[in-house]
Design a protein around this ligand. Structure first.
Ligand SMILES: *Cc1c(COP(=O)(O)O)cnc(C)c1O
Length: 510
């Protein structure tokens, strides 16, 4: 053994890991960067998209640009896809040659240059469903990462795992699900959806040979992550029934019932109903109570996607409209949406925790896990993951420090901003607003229903960069949508947004 080498490595590790001066100097630089970042993002004139545009030579991927997987077996086609990737590789981050060591200043400079002042903390960023990534949660993340407990098993860190179990329990109570419920914190609703589908298959004892006879009920406004989950679970061949919806994009429970009956008459098996509490298009809430009744009558798994809308139940009005949510067999709620935690925070809750456990465990454990058997809750037995971050800590710290009343206020503010924006847009003669918002998304189109002009409006607004919006389709018609979910968005931003919309509306209509 080369003693000198060993000592050198140990010393270097010490320098990077344990030297208080190094750590303090890094923390100071990051503190400065963070303060500058949050301050600038809060400035109303920040260009919401300027740096992103530097990286994209063309417009965001439209429908016609979507990757074509149909000839995925074709070798030449695969090579072509590989080439396209080369061309669009980002520049600006420097050569990925890590033999050279940079200091923190240089690294932060490049981060600043490439990221600018983008992200959810920019108040005028109203595309998709933004999340500001609350700084207190980010600090909770830092703590969780510094402590870095292994949270897969009770045995590996009982304290951390107990906190996770308690947070899951808090979520169960918040939603109103029964005490038999169990769940896990996961990275996002897409992963949670895979787990939900797998759990439903387990609970309903569906065999692979019968997948083609299973029917899943969605609407046009169900998030596509559930279709992706079905595909990943090997259930692409099951039938997906698109249930009719009303003008407000809410599922029609009567049509659901008729579809189910028809399918049963045709020898198919209604397997899973996907209801949504707050769809991504316009934040509509499906009639959960009525859907739950249909699900119960036909012994069908009732899944509620409350990824975005779940925490809007801090509003009494939303909670009333969401009656029936507590009857879900499985439910997804994402702190990284409604609570504005940084991305990577979602939860799957299952009414009968035993089904989730059965779906996420093997009959036999790995040999090295033999001494970990416990009667206690272990997250890895309720989730896809084994090694995983300490997600409970940032969630706990955020709620602990800000308190639920703060979120009640914030949700109320977002809903009020939404109605204000809706009412103001309604006053503009050339604009036709979409359905009355139920949560925090406003959709509008042109009275003329000129989709080309509307698209031009969206492009011009986003190219300008002071405001960032996105679009959606309802019954085949294009709408521009504004989503007020970021905790950095307030009255001033909405007024600014309205002014910018009017500005460009005049431009495209002359
Ligand atoms: C965001 C969202 C999803 C997808 O969640 P991810 O966490 O991004 O995977 C699913 N459903 C709804 C309603 C959403 O808003």
């Amino acid at each position: 053994m080369d003693e000198t080498f060993m000592q050198n490595v140990a010393q270097k590790c010490d320098h990077f890991e344990n030297d208080p001066e190094t750590f303090k100097s890094w923390l100071n630089k990051i503190e400065k960067f963070t303060l500058d970042f949050t301050q600038k993002c809060s400035l109303i004139d920040t260009k919401a998209r300027d740096v992103e545009q530097k990286h994209t030579n063309k417009e965001p991927m439209g429908e016609e640009d979507e990757l074509d997987h149909s000839n995925i077996d074709d070798k030449a086609h695969i090579e072509e896809l590989g080439k396209a990737k080369e061309v669009s590789r980002l520049k600006g981050w420097g050569k990925m040659d890590f033999s050279e060591q940079w200091d923190m200043d240089k690294a932060l400079g490049v981060i600043q240059e490439n990221m600018g002042y983008t992200g959810g903390k920019v108040g005028c960023r109203l595309g998709f469903i933004p999340s500001s990534g609350l700084v207190v949660s980010c600090l909770g993340e830092l703590l969780a990462r510094i402590i870095n407990p292994h949270t897969a098993l009770f045995y590996s860190n009982p304290g951390a795992v107990q906190l996770e179990e308690e947070m899951v329990r808090w979520l169960v109570e918040f939603v109103g699900m029964p005490t038999s419920s169990q769940g896990a914190l996961v990275s996002g609703a897409s992963i949670a959806s895979i787990m939900a589908v797998r759990t439903a298959v387990q609970a309903k004892h569906i065999k692979a040979r019968d997948y083609h006879r299973q029917v899943v009920y969605i609407t046009q406004h169900t998030h596509r992550c559930i279709l992706k989950a079905l595909k990943i679970c090997g259930m692409a061949e099951c039938e997906v029934r698109t249930v009719k919806h009303d003008y407000g994009t809410r599922m029609d429970p009567e049509h659901l019932e008729t579809s189910l009956k028809e399918d049963m008459q045709n020898g198919l098996h209604p397997f899973m109903i996907i209801a949504t509490l707050g769809n991504v298009d316009i934040g509509a809430i499906d009639p959960l109570d009525a859907i739950a009744t249909v699900a119960k009558r036909h012994d069908t798994w009732f899944h509620v996607d409350a990824a975005y809308g779940g925490f809007y139940m801090f509003s009494k009005e939303v909670r009333q409209k969401s009656k029936g949510v507590e009857l879900a067999d499985s439910l997804i709620i994402s702190p990284h949406k409604g609570l504005n935690l940084p991305w990577g925070s979602s939860a799957l809750l299952v009414k009968h925790g035993a089904y989730l456990h059965a779906a996420m465990t093997l009959d036999t454990q790995g040999n090295y896990l033999a001494d970990t058997q416990h009667d206690h809750y272990s997250p890895s037995e309720y989730s896809l993951e084994l090694s995983r971050p300490f997600r409970a800590l940032p969630l706990w710290l955020t709620l602990r420090l800000l308190g639920t009343s703060h979120f009640e206020d914030c949700i109320r503010e977002k809903m009020a901003l939404t109605m204000f924006c809706y009412d103001e847009l309604k006053k503009i003669p050339d604009i036709k607003v979409g359905p009355v918002p139920e949560l925090s998304i406003v959709a509008f189109q042109l009275k003329s229903k000129d989709n080309k002009k509307l698209d031009e409006l969206l492009t011009k607004i986003n190219q300008d960069g002071r405001l960032y919006l996105s679009s959606t389709k309802i019954d085949g018609e294009l709408y521009i949508r504004l989503s007020f979910n970021s905790m950095s968005t307030h009255t001033t931003h909405v007024k600014k947004a309205l002014q910018i919309i009017k500005e460009f509306l005049m431009l495209i209509l002359i």
